[in-house]
Structures are given as structure tokens and as C-alpha cells.
Write a protein that binds this ligand. Sequence first.
Ligand SMILES: Nc1ncnc2c1ncn2[C@@H]1O[C@H](COP(=O)(O)OP(=O)(O)OP(=O)(O)O)[C@@H](O)[C@H]1O
Ligand SMILES: [Mg+2]
Length: 361
Amino acid sequence: MGLTKIAISDFRNIATAELSFSPQLNLIAGCNGAGKTSLLEAVYFLGRAQSFRTTHPSSVIREGAEGLLVTGQVTDRYSTAIPVGIQRDKTSIRVKMAGRPVQQLAELVVCFPFQLLTPDSHQLLEGGPRYRRRFLDWGVFHVEPAFFPAWQRYSRALRQRNAALKARALPQEIRLWDTELIAAAQILDQQRRDYLHNLLPVLGRYATGLLVDIVGLGWEYRPGWPRKSTFAEALEEGIEGDRRQGFTRIGPHRADLIPILDGQPAQERISRGQQKQLVAALMLAQAHVYQTHQGRPCIFLVDDLASELDDEHRNCVLQHLRSLGAQVIMTAIEEEAIDGSIWPEQRRFHVEHGRVEEVIY
Ligand SMILES: Nc1ncnc2c1ncn2[C@@H]1O[C@H](COP(=O)(O)OP(=O)(O)OP(=O)(O)O)[C@@H](O)[C@H]1O
Ligand SMILES: [Mg+2]
């Protein structure tokens, strides 16, 4: 279950590469600048049609090439093999799954339940609310089929309300969109709360195991409007401000989930290494809930686990990944930094100047 193979052409410094993956551990090793993160990025690209390192679509195309191609095969919950392929040139992208064009990213996301842990993952704590919202919504999306349609309804109503605000429409014209906006917002908010009800106890257990020195960590969910009022009341109260600014300033599109320690946002109180432990706890907890709900594990893409984690915490994360039974695709500068002995089935790859070879050991 998971990603069984990938073929890459002209992605970053990788001219061509073909890999068959183990359903358990896959370790990609090589020195600085070899192409390890690029390989992981290509895997992510296959599942998201975008990069986790850049928003410039053409910067992932190998220098001097016209376009890139990444193809692969993923197995679904019934172990059916599904071919997926993405072709991108400097101006356009084509995504195909099971032989037909993919219209919506959501179709890919369902097939590739990834958790991504990289040296930049502290953004989840230190970055703006959108990082944590995206994290939260990934979880809700995968366990609650009604979430995505509600999100689409909400986004449509929000776009229309914002267009009316920008066009300096009268309050009664703006209010025309509120019924739909409020109805969709209620669904999103309730589903996020229901999801958190399941996630937070699991998260508490992972966080306690990984952050032994941190006591009393809590989580605050902010729905996207002041807690003292309903969304309908807050929307009405804020209509003049929205008209002045030309957009809707509150709503589920502004929600946040904040870790709290001693009454303050935890990210201000904990070290970089502890942040990484906390992010790992978040991802493990989310994968746990996903697995309980879906009956199959997530795929973990892990770039340079060794950065900021000492031996003990690294091994603790590895043990948790093994217990979950997740497929892991992981990079490391030093292969020895990863204790693979706990995985009966593993594959190791060596990358050098963008060339990938499987290591028989
Ligand atoms: N579009 C591109 N075309 C060709 N080469 C590229 C492109 N984008 C990046 N590179 C190069 O690809 C190489 C591999 O980068 P990558 O980040 O994958 O290395 P890495 O193995 O993860 O290294 P590190 O251990 O430092 O993290 C770098 O030398 C980079 O300059
Ligand atoms: Mg790297």
C-alpha cells in the first residue's frame, strides 16, 4: 500500500531516475547538493502537482530542459495499482491518473495521504495561521467526506462577497451572500471541532512521549472570528470595516490552532529541536487518526530527520513510524544516522550528482 514506484525526468538536478519503493522504509542517502531533497520533492510533486520548496512552477524543471515528467504507481486501499503522471513545461501542467486527466487536486490528495517532515517544518509553529489551518484541514478532509464540498461552497460565497465588497456594493447587496457563507462556515467549524476532539487526545500522547521535558502543553482552536459572538453576529458587526477594507476579514478562512504553554504560544517558549519534536508529534497524531479512520497508513516523506533532532529523539520518531506501519521515504546525509534495523523490509538508495542507484546491502 502506498507508492510502489516512480520515474523522474528533468526534475531539478535529476535527468532521469527510476525507483521501486519498499512499503516500509526507503532511505535516500548522499552528500550535500547530491539531489536527495529533489528526489523527495519529485515524490511530493507526483502527489500534489506542486513543490514544497517553491511556488515558481518552472524552477523545478531541470536547467536547460523544456519540461519535466514524473510518473509513478500508487496502490489504493483495495491494493489496486493506479498509474499517475505529471508533465510540466514552463507554462502548463498536465496531470493524469488511471489514464484520465485530473480536474481537481483533491483527487490526487485522496490517493497520496502524505505527511511531510522537513527542516522547514517548524513553519507549522512559527509561520502564520495558514500553515496550521492547512495542517488541520488535511486531517478533516481525509476523515470527513462532507468537508470538501462545504469548503467549496464557502470559498465560492466568500469570493462573491469579496467581489461585492471590492466593488463598493451597498450593505444589503453584500448581505445577499451571508446566508450561504454562514451555512457553509457552520459545517466547516463543526467538522474542525469534531476532528480536534479525536486528534487532541492522540496528540497529547505523542507529545508527552516526544517532549518529556515539556509539561502542561495545551491547544487553542480559534474558529476565525471572536469567540464572544456567533459568526453571523460577527459578520454583521464587521460589515462596515469589511466595506472599508474591501474584503471579508473574519471567517473559517482565518481559523488557527495554537499550541499553548503557560498561557503563551508554545513556539515562543521552546527550542528549535523541541519545535521539531512537536511538529513530528502533530504529524504522527494526524497519521494515527487517519489510519484509525481509513484503515490504512499514511506515507511519510521525511527530509533530513537528523537536522535538529538528537539520537534519542530521532530514534523515538523512527519507532513511532515503525509502529504506525507507515511507508517512509526518508533522506539522510549519513546513512548510518538512521537505524533501519527495526524495519524488516527496506530499500536504500544512493544519490550523487542527481544520479540515483539502489544500494544492495
Ligand atoms: N532547476 C534545477 N536544475 C538543475 N539543478 C538544480 C535545479 N534546482 C536545483 N538544482 C541543484 O540541484 C542540486 C541538488 O539539490 P538538493 O537540494 O536536492 O540537494 P540535497 O542532496 O538535498 O543536499 P543537502 O544535503 O544540502 O540538503 C543542487 O546542487 C542545486 O543547485
Ligand atoms: Mg536536502
